[in-house]
Design a protein around this ligand. Structure first.
Ligand code: F6R
Length: 612
């Protein structure tokens, strides 16, 4: 969702801000803008629509200014138009904001009765006006008055947010604060860059500082510091090295980020497993923090896995792994449901949260709920040092590298890889070693290569789906969550109706709408439910449904009941879900491309869902 960039230093700020916004486009947005301090006045440009329109509209502006803030907005309060785009001006200040101010309406009413005029429908302008209102009434130097005003406003607003602001009174500095939505800063040789995520910083430096919650940032050309609200003292923030490089966020010759990320999957799985697989029956998977890992799982009797969207499908798949291999009760939940229910926890429960971005608002709230209940927690995140990763008890990072395509692909297979290694390892700790399954994981990158060698076939079949009335994805066992994932990918990329169903549930509803205009993607590798899935396929065929099957290489029986057949390499039960995910990603891709959709940035979607 919204993205923030700020720069203060010796260089011209505008190109850095616009480059940063382009790098944050993947988060999802519908308008963009920037503000520069032009010495005694602000230069502000805002546009509804793509960052490119902002770039085109501002070619003659900001040619010398060395300080500025910029923003991409994903509309929450107020339609996506120029007036609601950030930055928002209030008197002497201009402000950009990520997150939500929940009590904005009460504050707005209060400010209006105090004579403040509003120009937009946004909660952001309320925050800006509130700071300006207090600034005018605060004492001390302009900087002290501004910091006091920000602190006073923070005490009044409810919600979670990250803001950056400029003040005409304090011309060479950027102020900001994060309160539940991340801000990252980096000190460069010639200045300081601040952003809502590391993608906008990585071209300049891999040395970054994650700003602490609730401490006010003051950034100038030579240094940035934060102010501890209790001691009122400024201090520096620990610098961390990020293992991502700028070329990892380029398309490298692929037509889209998503296609590149699909093809990276063999390497991502290999990286995730590299140097960590056990070699003998006696040894375990080698996690980075082995002692803490053993301690965490020592007495566990129940595991809860919480996530949203694609990450939730990874969690659902892992439920089968934990139960079958580790003989451990596993419950899985959607974060937005879990956080508002009243979950009852058994003793010896561990809660795991799964999130590519590590910033999903509902998943973060679920993590907080588990921590408040006093439960040990762990996370599986892809973005290093993301909020969820930092706030969870133990981290099992996926090593997928930056995922830019909004539709998650390589992060999903990396999550499945980590989850299967974790379930196997826990099985071992609980006295149920599954060494052969570890060996199956080891050959996974080769099998993924085999699957990808047929990519043209999947893309072509995908194209043929564009005229269907609805696409139904079905499977049993671990193929059920993969069917859900196939349907999700299809919907988000093509905007066409698609559903995922457990094959055994067909007779309880969806069979009613089967006809030749419906395509049914059946996931039927040779597993223990194979025969049952075939009889479900017969039922569909009898009603005229068009069946495309994903089955095991050389399976002639299943071909007889299918109109089209996609073969998967023969593989073990535990690795089938990872292999089956790839053709489904490519089917959706092929169809979306034929329909001319925006593959990397499907409409209305955001990569990082930082509001609930
Ligand atoms: C779908 C997709 C989303 C995310 C969901 C959770 O392709 O990407 O459904 O999986 O928004 O996001 P994370 O994993 O970042 O918590």
């Amino acid at each position: 969702m919204c993205g923030i960039v700020g720069y203060v230093g010796q260089k011209t700020a505008k190109p850095i801000l616009l480059d940063g916004l382009s790098r944050l486009e993947y988060r999802g947005y519908d308008s963009a803008g920037f503000a520069l301090n032009s010495g005694g006045k602000f230069t502000v440009q805002r546009n509804a629509g793509p960052v490119q329109e902002l770039i085109d509209a501002s070619t003659h502006m900001g040619l010398s200014e060395k300080i500025g803030i910029a923003h991409t907005r994903w509309a929450t309060h107020g339609v996506p138009n120029e007036l609601n785009a950030h930055p928002h001006r209030a008197g002497q200040i201009v402000l950009v904001h990520n997150g939500i101010i929940e009590n904005y309406s009460q504050i707005k009413t209060r400010l209006i009765s105090a004579g403040v005029e509003f120009h937009s429908q946004t909660d952001t302008e309320v925050f800006a006006q509130l700071i300006e209102y207090h600034r005018k009434r605060s004492e001390g130097t302009p900087e002290e008055a501004l910091i006091h005003a920000i602190e006073t406003a923070m005490a009044e607003v409810e919600g979670h947010y990250a803001i950056l602001l400029l003040s005409l009174d304090v011309p060479g500095k950027i102020f900001g604060v994060q309160f539940g939505a991340p801000l990252v800063a980096s000190q460069l040789k010639d200045g300081c860059v601040i952003a809502s995520d590391i993608q906008a910083i990585i071209p300049y430096s891999n040395q970054v500082s994650f700003l602490p919650k609730g401490e006010i940032l003051v950034a100038a050309e030579g240094k940035f510091e934060v102010r501890d609200p209790k001691t009122k003292k400024f201090h520096s923030v620990k610098t961390e090295t990020i293992d991502w490089s700028a070329d990892k966020v380029e398309k490298n010759g692929y037509e889209s980020f998503m296609l590149k990320e699909i093809f990276q999957q063999p390497m991502v799985v290999a990286d995730t497993l590299s140097g960590r697989l056990p070699t003998t029956e006696e040894s375990n998977f080698i996690w980075d923090n082995l002692e803490a890992h053993r301690e965490l799982w020592k007495n566990v009797q129940h595991v809860y896995l919480i996530a949203c969207g694609t990450s939730y499908h990874a969690a659902m798949t892992a439920e089968y792994f934990f139960e079958k291999w580790a003989k451990l009760e596993c419950r899985v939940d959607i974060a937005s449901e879990f956080r508002y229910r009243n979950p009852v926890f058994q003793p010896n429960t561990v809660v795991g949260v799964i999130s590519q971005s590590g910033e999903t608002a509902d998943t973060l709230a679920a993590l907080h709920l588990a921590k408040e209940a006093g439960l040990p927690t762990f996370s599986i995140c892809n973005v290093p040092n993301s909020t969820i990763a930092r706030e969870s008890g133990l981290q099992y990072p996926t090593k997928a590298g930056p995922e830019i395509g909004v539709a998650s692909t390589k992060a999903f297979t990396a999550q499945l890889t980590v989850l299967s290694a974790l379930a196997l390892d826990v099985a071992h700790l609980r006295g149920h070693p599954q060494l052969t399954s570890f060996r199956d994981l080891a050959r996974l990158p080769f099998d993924l290569d085999k699957v990808l060698s047929q990519s043209e076939t999947y893309l072509k079949i995908g194209e043929t789906l564009k005229d269907k009335r609805i696409i139904l994805f079905v499977g049993r066992g671990t193929m059920y969550p993969i069917a859900l994932e196939g349907a999700l990918k299809f919907k988000e990329l093509t905007y066409l109706p698609a559903e995922g169903f457990a094959a055994g549930e067909l007779k309880h509803g969806p069979i009613a709408y089967i006809d030749p205009q419906v395509s049914i993607i059946t996931l039927a590798p040779k597993d223990e439910w194979y025969a049952k899935t075939i009889s479900n396929m017969e039922e569909i065929r009898a009603r005229g449904g068009h069946i495309i099957t994903l089955g095991t290489d050389g399976d002639t029986e299943i071909k007889k009941v299918s109109h089209e057949f996609i073969s998967l390499p023969e593989s073990a039960w535990g690795t089938q879900p990872i292999l089956a995910a790839i053709p489904l990603q490519l089917l959706a891709y092929g169809c979306a491309k034929a329909l001319g959709r925006n593959i990397d940035k499907p409409r209305n979607l955001a990569k990082s869902v930082t509001v609930e």
